[in-house]
Ligand binder design. Sequence first.
Ligand code: NI
Length: 249
Amino acid sequence: MFIDTHCHLSVEDYDDIDTVIKENRAAGISKIIISGCSYDSIIESLDIADKYEDVYVTIGYHPDQVEVITEKELLFLKDKLSHPKVVGIGEIGLDYHYSKELKEAQIILFEKQLKLAEEYNLPVVIHSRDATNDTINCLKKFNLKGDIHCFSGSLETAKIYISMGYYLGIGGVVTFKNSNLGNVIKEIGLSNVLLETDSPYLSPVPYRGMKNSSKNIPIIAEYIANLLDISNEEVSKITLNNTSQLFDL
Ligand code: NI
């Protein structure tokens, strides 16, 4: 049994949500946490979570939304945080890969949402791309727990996040030939690891480049089990335990 701690589910990417949910269940995925990270996807994610008992959501504005989010959208977010299926705020964070020129505005939006997380006592799901130092500095200003979603940093960065009490979301990237993530996991072990797909993106090998889905979680788990020379069950047990430490599902 596994939980996909971070994925995206939308009719834009999947023709038939019902089929996706059925395939997940057949693959031993007991719950999924979908991330609504724009105004429209928050609405859609909550609708899906209302419909399926094994679907939970985190909501929050992705840094790529920085130019369109006003106080009105932030009030909308705040209003939805008490929805019974909302288990965290995210994915929120900093992305300097595409939009370096908006650094200041991204930090302001990020910190506003970190403050909300503190106020509502919710964990955060962090998106950080080419922005490690600023992400760490922002997180240090708050007393939060959370998940560094799609972690792909160095061993040193992993250790900093872990020392701050954060979990690392590990997905298909660990199976990529050019990834150093396997070596990082060999050093840190699974005590702070969560499994995620980030579907529809980042399919694990041998489906790299194809549309991803939560049903691929066992492939990632098996890769990690082989890497650490432990059983799939052990990977399942530890990561489920980590998931329930962080999220109240
Ligand atoms: Ni994502």
